[in-house]
Write a protein of this length. Structure first.
Length: 331
């Protein structure tokens, strides 16, 4: 990894192998990348190419670990190093377990609050399952930052559920007296989500075939069959038309008055979702919002506008300092 600095010691560009990391990616993942660069400069880790550069390996004195493609690597290299001591590898240097999560074939197993949960994942873990499997505990910690997990008997919205990482754990949190509503517009992700709910024999979780945004309408949706599917973004990938709901209308669809806990990771639509219903949010008695804020929209981190919006309606606001950046808002 090469790091090039500009005026005032600001990071100007980075490179992994022959791949240049864009300025927006640097802005988004700078703390993690700088830490990795420092460890590599100190000689503790190095990235090497194998098989004609078709595969990257992360090497230390004690281990050699296969890395995902650079597009995914940028997000998670810091997490791999963070959990280095807990890594267990298979014979081909792929991760078998990390931070208490074990991959067995196409299943990931993890013990959460005394319950063994299983998640169906992609067999090509580096492509799609890294987030939900190997950094499961980190992601949950960020969604629970400052406020803890959803309360017993609570009502939870999991907006942008993907394969159910958060929603399935939330079903354990709230118990049989609570409810979890998972909104997921991507057909492939929703199919895996439904299979994971069935696999874990959960009866307090409901999957809703819809997206969430600023208003209730039909919207163009880029379906990538997994991470990165998004509303209204420009792409050559398959585009579908999906139903989306505003937050207040999500309550109507779920048949509830107000949620206890709202988690959202909807690929940049979080700002529109929140700003469109601030008066409604202002009137909520005690709802906690835990919203992914690592996206870049119009050249700006969504964190900035989310923090401003919640402060406008007198919520306490705090954003996680590292990892899967999440903005928490609460009364």
């Amino acid at each position: 990894m090469n790091v090039h600095y500009g005026p005032g010691e600001t990071v100007q560009s980075m490179q992994i192998g022959s791949v240049a990391i864009t300025p927006l990616q640097i802005k988004q993942y700078l703390p993690s990348l700088e830490k990795c660069a420092a460890l590599m400069a100190a000689g503790r880790f190095r990235i090497i190419a194998e098989q004609g550069a078709s595969r990257l390996l992360l090497q230390s004195e004690s281990k050699v670990v296969a890395l995902p493609p650079v597009s995914t690597l940028i997000d998670y290299l810091g997490g791999i190093i963070k959990h280095w001591n807990s890594l267990e590898l298979d014979e081909t240097h792929n991760v078998h377990s990390i931070a208490g999560v074990t991959l067995e074939g196409e299943l990931a197993r993890v013990n959460y609050r005394g319950a063994w949960l299983e998640y169906e994942v992609s067999p090509k873990w580096a492509e799609e399952s890294l987030e939900e499997v190997f950094f499961w505990s980190d992601l949950l910690s960020n969604y629970h930052y400052r406020v803890g997990p959803p309360p017993r008997d609570g009502i939870v919205f999991d907006l942008g559920s993907y394969h159910g990482l958060f929603g399935i754990a939330a079903a354990i949190d709230v118990g049989p007296g609570g409810r979890v509503f998972c909104f997921e517009p991507d057909a492939k992700s929703r199919s895996t989500l439904e299979a994971n709910c069935k696999r874990n024999d959960l009866t307090n979780i409901e999957v809703i075939q819809a997206g969430v945004s600023g208003r209730t309408e039909k919207r163009s949706f880029v379906s990538l069959g997994g991470l990165g599917s998004c509303l209204g973004c420009q792409s050559n990938a398959t585009q579908d038309v999906v139903q989306v709901y505003s937050l207040p209308d999500c309550c109507k669809i779920a048949g509830i008055d107000t949620p206890t806990f709202v988690k959202a990771d909807i690929e940049g639509a979080e700002v529109e979702m929140v700003e469109s219903c601030l008066e409604w949010i202002k009137g909520l008695p005690s709802t906690v919002f835990s919203i992914a804020s690592y996206h870049i929209v119009d050249g700006e981190s969504t964190r900035i506008r989310l923090e401003q919006a919640f402060r406008k309606v007198k919520y306490h606001v705090s954003t996680t300092p590292s990892g899967h950046q999440t903005t928490i808002a609460w009364r």
